[in-house]
Design a protein around this ligand. Structure first.
Ligand code: GDG
Length: 734
């Protein structure tokens, strides 16, 4: 069998296809990602899936695929679709929004369809090459829908997603028109990686606000799936960068620059020409610095490399005009016959030139308004070897959270940046300690370490899924024949057999639920547990030969009998101690409400602002626990409710009674959908019967042995079981 491989999926392949017709050749086009993954690619079987960077007519695609065979699997995109997917949706909507420049938003429905369509095409390409056990690592926002599409294909592969750009605050995120779809798309991954803790937290907060999904610090539970969050700041390869800087061509470049700037200090900016990179702000700060420090006017030069980027997009063309004008103005004002303050290079320069620039620069001036990480900051530190340099860095770059030793600036504060430049130029020789701190980070968090850590966490995340509950369909394997004596089924109702609905009046069982209970009752002892009153349960199920448990444990009606009297319980403490607390919480938590049941009080917060509700629920739980200490009442924290009820009247205590009352049976099946139902599972699993099946409805994150994703799936499994047992009875020898 072939060795399991790593499938890397990014919008661009790390090579560019050139040529045409049946004559294609491949040119290297390694970006930061290819460099970062080089070490991993050398150690394991590896495939890259991506767009080859050129329009290839349908009839020439086989030849182009053949030419690319060694480098990866191409996804060919029509020019129009690519425009909508890449330039419109990715670069004119997600990019500005995720970088907090939402004034530039453009939503175009056709582009959204093309975005979805391209993600589908990538999913199809991955499905063609993926084998069970392979690892799939999807990169960046353009492919944000892909993880969920791949999960839906049930590939049996760990799926990782890494976001290279920032994740915005939920206030910004929620303005995105396709906000639910994008979150769901990313949440399909086993592991979602971010450069910083802040981005991971903002993602969690958006999941809560937009999707109502509560989460743990590093996991978000979804039906049938647990998405892990990881903080993995990307690195560079400092040894390779240092070795490259020693190549003869780089040395020649360096010597040329040294003699050219012999008597001057050099400040360096290297950016794609992008409005997130803060290039105008940097130029304005330099202008102000020159104005306020005439002694430096002919002794310092700013070399600004601004490599052209996305020139098909209007905003980028406008930025180019703005930068051209600023450079012209500053050079006009402060330039002399022998000195040009800003050396402006609006081209992509060869790597050897860049490397020499990193070495000559006394100060790297990196000023993005927002940036996922910023590789230039890391490359500058790596390229200098042992020679210290000063990094003036925007606090809005992800790198700011890692590079202790950099001089942080707010790029919106032009005067402050001018001050920091002036200070830094005074003490370029005194920056050794700062530089060592940065050096340590860059050498310990290399690109290889980054990739290895991500992939290790991905493997762990995937493994932790597999060791959890199994999907219920496996249960049928243990139980081909109707167990004898009669099996026992204990089924929660709301959220388990029938989905939760906002209005109580719409909560009645549909025909399928009714029928499956009726059929099951012909083979098994069946009990349904609900929060409803005896009257409601009677109106729904009164004519079925099943047991009913009202108000989550207040009373049990045995099959074929009448309801017993409700228990007489002293609820004084509930009404004197608990009721005022809950009323107070209702007053202070808009959207929450109080439900008075016969034996319990319930505070519901389904309609409350999720973040406030989560905080209030925790407070309430803690307050009630201390109020009720030593009393005979229990606090239950369920899905969007907190309930107080007598300790011996809970679902778990009823299940305990039912299991004891049916001590003849060796088969107990119990299903529930809430955290508070887990207590029922524990009772059943402790009961020491030959077969216990405890099934959680709504995902694997449970102490139960099995799971299904929805009430509909549970009902259909029960239908399957009934029909399996009936057919086994029909074929059994007389
Ligand atoms: C995204 C995120 C995150 C630039 N000009 C030239 C040139 N470059 C190289 C630099 C560097 C790369 O391009 C730029 O990387 P950045 O990190 O600064 O920015 P993005 O391209 O926006 O990358 C970013 C990154 O993904 C990785 O996760 O850090 O936040 O936005 O490597 O050296 N290279 C050459 N000539 C140039 O003129 N040869």
């Amino acid at each position: 069998m072939a060795e399991p491989k790593l499938i890397v999926v990014s919008v661009r392949l790390p090579v560019r296809l050139e040529g045409g017709g049946s004559d294609w050749h491949v040119a290297a086009s390694p970006g930061g990602l290819a460099t970062a993954l080089r070490a991993v690619a050398e150690r394991r079987s590896f495939t890259w899936v991506g767009w080859p960077g050129i329009d290839v007519p349908y009839q020439h695609q086989p030849a182009a695929t053949e030419a690319l065979k060694e480098y990866g699997v191409p996804v060919f995109l029509d020019h129009d679709v690519y425009q909508g997917f890449y330039e419109q949706f990715s670069n004119r909507l997600i990019w500005p929004l995720f970088h907090n420049t939402s004034g530039r938003l453009k939503f175009d429905r056709a582009a959204w369809y093309q975005f979805t369509d391209v993600n589908e095409q990538f999913a199809a390409a991955v499905r063609r090459v993926a084998r069970p056990g392979d690892t799939i690592w999807v990169h960046d926002y353009q492919l944000a829908l892909l993880p969920q599409m791949l999960r839906a294909s049930k590939l049996e592969c760990p799926i990782g997603f890494f976001l290279h750009i920032p994740f915005p605050s939920h206030e910004t995120y929620r303005t995105l028109p396709a906000r639910e779809e994008i979150l769901h798309g990313m949440l399909g991954a086993d592991l979602i990686g971010f450069h910083t803790y802040e981005y991971a937290q903002q993602f969690r907060s958006s999941c809560l606000r937009v999707l109502g999904l509560e989460s743990e610090r590093e996991t978000i539970a979804l039906p049938g799936h647990l998405a892990h969050l990881g903080v993995h700041p990307i690195g560079v390869d400092p040894e390779e960068i240092a070795a490259f800087s020693q190549l003869p061509e780089v040395r020649d470049q360096f010597e040329g620059l040294r003699s050219r700037f012999r008597t001057k200090k050099v400040i360096l900016g290297v950016d794609r020409l992008d409005y997130t990179k803060g290039i105008p702000e940097k130029l304005l700060a330099f202008e102000e610095f020159l104005g306020r420090n005439p002694q430096w006017q002919t002794k310092v030069v700013l070399v600004q490399v601004a490599s052209p980027s996305r020139m098909g997009v209007l905003e980028y063309r406008e930025l180019k005009r703005e930068v051209d004008e600023l450079v012209g103005r500053i050079n006009g004002r402060y330039g002399t016959f022998n000195h040009t303050p800003i050396v402006y290079i609006n081209q992509t320069i060869p790597r050897s030139h860049l490397s020499a620039l990193y070495r000559i620069a006394d100060i790297a001036f990196v000023t993005p308004l927002r940036d996922g990480m910023n590789l230039v900051a890391l490359e500058y530190v790596a390229a200098r070897g042992d020679q210290p340099g000063i990094l003036v860095l925007s606090e809005f770059a992800g790198a700011a959270s890692c590079l202790a030793g950099s001089r942080l600036v707010n790029p919106h504060n032009i005067s402050l940046m001018a001050d920091v430049l002036a200070e830094s130029l005074q003490d370029t020789d005194a920056a050794e300690a700062e530089f060592q701190q940065m050096r340590e980070f860059v050498h310990s968090n290399t690109s290889e370490v980054w990739a290895d850590r991500f992939l290790q966490q991905l493997a762990n995340a995937h493994e932790s899924h597999r060791s959890g509950a199994c999907r219920l369909q496996a249960a049928a394997d243990f139980t081909r024949h109707v167990p004898q004596p009669r099996p026992l089924f204990i089924l929660d109702y709301g959220g388990t057999l029938q989905p939760h609905v906002p209005k109580v009046s719409e909560a009645e069982p549909d025909l399928r639920v009714y029928r499956v209970l009726r059929d099951l009752a012909s083979l098994a002892s069946v009990y349904v547990i609900s929060a409803r009153s005896p009257d409601v349960l009677e109106s729904w199920f009164g004519d079925l030969p099943i047991g009913l448990v009202c108000e989550d444990g207040a009373a049990v009606k045995q099959p074929g009998t009448d309801w017993p009297d409700m228990p007489q319980i002293d609820l004084t403490e509930l009404h004197t101690l608990v009721l005022p607390v809950l009323q107070d919480f209702v007053r202070h938590t808009p959207g929450s409400k109080l439900e008075r049941r016969r034996v319990s009080l319930v505070w519901h917060y389904r309609a409350t602002d999720p973040k406030l509700a989560a905080l209030r629920a925790k407070d309430l739980y803690a307050q009630l626990e201390s109020t009720l200490r030593g009393l005979n009442f229990t606090v239950l924290a369920g899905a969007r409710f907190v309930e107080v009820r007598p300790t011996d009247i809970t679902k778990s205590s009823v299940v305990e009674q039912l299991v004891q009352a049916h001590d003849e049976t060796d088969f107990v099946f119990c299903a529930g959908n809430d955290k508070v139902d887990e207590g029922m599972f524990e009772v059943v699993m402790r009961s020491q019967r030959d077969t216990t099946i405890t099934c959680f409805v709504g995902g694997k994150d449970t102490v139960g042995q099995y799971f299904v994703e929805s009430p509909a799936e549970l009902v259909s499994e029960l239908e399957g079981l009934v029909s399996l047992w009936r057919s086994s009875m029909a074929t059994a020898p007389a």
